[in-house]
Design a protein around this ligand. Structure first.
Ligand code: CO8
Length: 261
């Protein structure tokens, strides 16, 4: 499939989706949202995609938010609500994908761009990355999940601080707050992301999927229910051939070869 606003590249153990609108800092217009949806359809249709990496084209931005020129033209509250709900559905779909999703944040991740990054499983940031929720400066608020996902990572008042002031944070601050898992030199970012994707791809895929699902669902529930969920997922993994392979490989002192079965 031909895309105008994104590129999609598949390699050994990784798929790289790049938002490709560098002249507007990779801002998300509706065509870009649609193309990301179509790209996810393609990724999900492939059997062996490994991990998905999202990145922004160019030197300066991951994604600098929703496209403000498009937002300005929205005519009504219901148009704005519809667009917010669409973006939220898309980001939730990313968050719930059955494969790991790595966000490679090379520069500005602002507004909808920060919200997009927050829907990933693992965030790698270049030293130049800047995160923020500047919607308040436009007289609005986060609409693609920022008020909900950031608070779950950093707590109530820190989330309020960033959403209410619009202040940006640098990569090291995002690392300290637990938003980002690793900060790397800009030149190494994509290589690092592909290396991590390959590392995850070598793990047992069903176990990876259950880990992701159990953490995602567990954080939305109470501890007792979360623990039940964990026990039941743990039990289900004992039906897989990969668990025999993993345990046999350990006892036979060799590397496991997982097949996702
Ligand atoms: N939308 C549209 N165009 C943008 C955006 C954007 N979000 N960000 C940058 N651009 C454009 C600029 O207008 C400029 O275009 P031109 O060259 O034609 O003048 C070009 O990109 C380069 O930008 P700058 O000249 O501003 O570059 P700087 O290096 O000086 O600054 C910044 C870079 C800091 C990223 C700056 O461009 C900026 O502050 N951008 C806007 C950031 C922002 O406010 N983001 C939040 C947007 S709102 C949002 O994301 C809401 C999400 C929820 C939506 C819910 C649905 C309704």
């Amino acid at each position: 499939m031909e895309f105008n606003q994104i590129t999609l590249e598949m390699g050994d153990g990784w798929t790289l989706l790049t938002i490709n609108r560098p002249t507007v800092m990779n801002a998300l217009n509706q065509e870009t949202l649609r193309e990301i949806e179509q790209a996810l359809d393609q990724v999900e249709a492939q059997k062996k995609t490994g991990a998905l990496i999202l990145a922004g084209a160019g030197e300066k931005a991951f994604v600098a938010g929703a496209d403000i020129s498009e937002l300005r033209q929205l005519q009504s509250a219901s148009d704005a609500e519809r667009l917010a709900s669409w973006g939220q559905r898309l980001f939730s779909r990313l968050e719930e994908m059955p494969i790991p999703v790595i966000m490679a944040v090379n520069g500005y991740a602002l507004g909808g761009g920060f919200e997009l990054a927050l829907s990933g499983d693992i965030l790698l940031a270049s030293e130049r990355a800047q995160f923020g929720l500047p919607e308040i400066h436009l007289g609005v608020m986060p609409g693609y999940g920022g008020t909900q996902r950031l608070v779950r990572l950093v707590g109530k008042n820190t989330a309020k601080y960033y959403a209410m002031t619009g202040e940006r944070m640098d990569a090291d601050t995002a690392l300290q707050l637990g938003i980002v898992q690793k900060v790397v030199p800009s030149a190494d970012l994509l290589q690092e992301a592909k290396g991590l994707a390959a590392q995850l791809t070598a793990q047992a895929p069903i176990a990876l999927r259950y880990i992701k699902q159990t953490i995602n669902q567990g954080i939305e529930t109470d501890l007792r229910t979360g623990l039940q969920l964990e026990a039941s997922s743990f039990g289900l993994l004992f039906h897989t051939q990969d668990r025999m392979e993993g345990m046999n490989a350990f006892l036979e002192k060799r590397k496991p070869s997982f097949r996702g079965e």
